[in-house]
Ligand binder design. Structure first.
Ligand SMILES: Cc1ncc(C[n+]2csc(CCOP(=O)(O)OP(=O)(O)O)c2C)c(N)n1
Ligand SMILES: [Mg+2]
Length: 151
């Protein structure tokens, strides 16, 4: 959390001719979202793809699996409009709600001359699996319901 965006800016300074992409959670990016000011003022056109599930998802997953769904302080019910936030800093962006919209959004971001956010709305029920439970033996398995064919 919070490391990816500033790290991406540093990578872009080091490799200005290479595409640089930060894949961020909606919670993570909000810890450092003010760095869009740095990205714009220093002319660092990185792309930030926000996997926007409206939750601190990893913590929520633990509350779901190990605490009988007693969700506490994990819902990000009042997320800002990340595209408007980016635009407010002088960056650009696009919101993606369907997998079929993703390719064009990524191409726009990769070709952008200014920092660019792709606000990708994802299923809040999608967990990060497989995982090893704390102190347990064995693995909780799972399968992502999306496939590349849905592009
Ligand atoms: C700086 C920091 N604070 C807190 C944590 C604990 N933590 C790990 S994952 C997570 C939630 C991440 O939420 P988000 O960025 O929205 O990603 P998601 O899990 O929803 O994909 C938290 C609070 C951390 N790893 N690092
Ligand atoms: Mg999240």
């Amino acid at each position: 959390m919070r490391f990816g965006f500033p790290a991406a800016l540093g990578v872009k300074v080091a490799f200005p001719d290479r595409p640089v992409v930060d894949i961020a959670g909606d919670g993570s990016i909000q810890m450092v979202i003010q760095e869009f000011a740095t990205a714009v003022s220093e002319n660092l056109p990185v792309m930030v793809v926000i996997m926007n599930n409206g939750w601190l998802g990893m913590v929520k997953q633990w509350q779901k699996l190990f605490n009988e769904k007693r969700y506490s302080s994990t819902q990000l019910a009042n997320n800002p409009d990340f595209v408007k936030v980016a635009e407010g800093f002088g960056a650009e962006g696009v919101r993606v709600e369907k997998p079929s919209e993703l390719r064009e959004a990524l191409e726009r971001g990769l070709n952008s001359d200014v920092p660019f956010v792709v606000d990708a709305i994802v299923d809040p029920e999608e967990d990060v699996l497989p995982m090893i439970p704390p102190g347990g033996d064995g693995m909780i398995k799972g399968r992502c319901k999306w496939s590349l064919s849905s592009w």
